[in-house]
Design a protein around this ligand. Structure first.
Ligand code: EPU
Length: 422
């Protein structure tokens, strides 16, 4: 297992290219199941989660490769084993998004029921309810979700909201299944995340009839078949947000290339609120930070609200503000594994249920810390850039799931991050 040793504090300055979005790429790769043939997806980041997902598709019968331009090619001509195995699903919960497309294509799917993870319980009841509404028979067998629709699926009006609002992958599953259902499906309280809009655009390019894209009401007119596609994934707004905080927390200046500010208005609003400058430039932006950082309150919400996937990173930034901030987690109320680790670095964080009160401190101090999940680990990297001394982060594989070679991208702009084998 690799560890990071991070020397701080540093000031970042320069330019960074933002990669394609992991969370858009995964359901788009799953969409390739819907149409037999060769699809090509470009701007897919080279991440361990993508490799795991490729293996999952291969187990179904697909052939997956990267071509010389780095595009991911998926040949889904043959799908002869519509089973999402426990060994893969337990590594990556996003595997659940093969359920809808497999059911629509094969009339049957078995996918291991995902368990909880470091950020909470993460049920899939809404995914299952949505597919049942489309006519699927679903039961649980030996830890596997078994979904069957031998005579196909039928369109329906479906309300997909849950206690925490919309569901991103639940929307992806029902949307993909509905493209091949008989008649019209309406998904009310659909997720509006740009990754879902990107998926819907991809489905339309495959021949689907989806309207209302980007809104909470998706309307899908079922079609008989879809065809393979060439499609490009949108830039990763969470990676961009993480690098924005890196610029801000080091009082540095970073130009981010390939970054869509229009997908990040809540994030840009919070950054400007604490005194960070964010200016659009070419196909990206320039972010400049300076001290003092002002305190601010953050409430995570489904899109277009502030993303839960940037909560941990902003907690680090607000730790260095000149006053008290409040962070309320309304999407994953238990997503606070980073709190205790940041307190080990001399942050002053107090957790009360889904709320963290952040008392600003003058400086963070390096310490050995443990990465727990992807975004919490990214937050520890940010803390390491700003803290005095050498921060050691264990279990770096969590970071590698969602950030491609983060040290090779931050070191050229002034970071001092060494990857070592533990
Ligand atoms: N929920 C239910 N029932 C369901 C599904 C979800 O109650 O059937 C609840 C969840 O427990 C949570 C809320 O609804 O409280 C939202 O969860 P959602 O289903 O939207 O999460 P997800 O689709 O499983 C995706 C991202 C996550 C991101 C969330 C929220 C991917 C692969 N994953 O997960 O990304 O945090 O949406 O935006 O797209 C990450 O990249 O680090 C990550 C965890």
């Amino acid at each position: 297992m690799d560890v990071f040793r991070i020397e701080g504090p540093v000031r970042l300055s320069g330019s960074v290219q933002i990669n394609g979005s992991k969370n858009a790429a995964l359901p788009i790769m799953a969409a390739a199941i819907l149409a037999g043939g060769k699809s090509t997806v470009s701007a897919v980041p080279n991440l361990s989660d993508i490799s795991v997902f490729s293996r999952l598709l291969e187990k179904l019968g697909c052939r997956v490769s990267r071509n010389q331009q780095g595009h991911v090619c998926i040949d889904s001509t043959v799908i002869d084993n519509p089973v999402g195995e426990y060994d893969i699903v337990r590594k990556m919960r996003a595997s659940i998004c093969i359920l809808g497309p497999l059911l629509a294509r094969c009339g049957r799917a078995e996918v291991s029921m995902p368990g909880g993870c470091a950020i909470g319980d993460r049920p899939v009841n809404l995914h299952l309810r949505g597919l049942q509404e489309l006519g699927a028979q679903i039961h649980l067998k030996n830890g596997y979700i078994v979904a069957e629709a031998p005579s196909g699926l039928t369109g329906k009006e479906i309300f997909l909201g849950g206690p925490f609002g919309s569901t991103v992958l639940g929307t992806a599953n029902v949307l993909m299944a509905a493209t091949l259902a008989k008649g019209r499906t309406t998904i009310e309280s659909a997720a509006c995340e740009p990754e879902i809009a990107n998926l819907a655009d991809c489905l339309n390019k495959m021949g689907a009839k989806v309207s209302g894209i980007g809104s909470p009401r998706l309307i899908i007119e079922g079609v008989k078949r879809l065809h393979p596609v060439e499609f490009e994934v949108i830039p990763d707004r969470i990676e961009a947000g993480t690098f924005m905080v890196a610029a801000a927390i080091t009082a540095g200046e970073l130009a981010l290339r390939n970054c869509r500010l229009s997908d990040m208005m809540a994030v840009v609003d919070r950054l400007r609120n604490v005194g960070v400058t964010v200016e659009p430039k070419d196909n990206g932006c320039v972010v400049a930070g300076s001290f003092p950082i002002k305190p601010a309150d953050i409430i995570t919400q489904p899109y277009p609200g502030f993303p839960t996937d940037l909560q941990a990173q902003f907690m680090v930034l607000l730790s260095l503000a000149n006053g008290n901030s409040v962070i309320i987690e309304k999407v994953f109320p238990d997503r606070f594994m980073h709190v205790a680790e940041l307190n080990r670095m001399a942050a002053d964080l107090r957790k009360e249920g889904p709320v963290v009160i952040v008392a600003g401190v003058k400086k963070l101090i390096a310490a050995p810390v443990m990465a727990s999940d992807l975004r919490a680990s990214a937050a520890l990297v940010l803390a390491g850039l700003a803290a005095e001394g050498t921060t050691t982060i264990n279990r770096v594989y969590h970071i590698d799931r969602g950030y491609e070679k983060i040290e090779e991208r931050l070191n050229p702009v002034g970071a001092k991050i060494a990857r070592e084998q533990a």
